[in-house]
Design a protein around this ligand. Structure first.
Ligand SMILES: [Zn+2]
Length: 81
């Protein structure tokens, strides 16, 4: 973390534990309680390098993940009737 300011909106970054969506080689996994820096204005999330590395490691080991969640995945431009 080079500064505690958001590079997009200059908002203040605060450390929070978040449910993050992590994309890895076209796969998407969700990781709970990841320590992230979250902008209090625009909500942009950043991860420190060691945290990011760990997220990658978790993604690489996704075959070992026991818990799966399912949720409705909708497209914003889906037809509403
Ligand atoms: Zn921001």
């Amino acid at each position: 973390m080079k500064s505690d300011r958001c590079e997009f909106c200059e908002g203040k970054m605060e450390q929070q534990y978040v449910l993050t969506r992590f994309r890895y080689y076209g796969q998407t996994i969700y990781i709970e309680n990841a320590p992230a820096w979250v902008c209090n204005k625009c909500g942009e999330q950043y991860f420190d390098a060691p945290v990011y590395k760990r997220l990658e490691r978790i993604a690489q080991q996704r075959d070992h993940i026991q818990n799966t969640i399912s949720f409705p995945l909708a497209e914003f431009d889906m037809v509403i009737t």
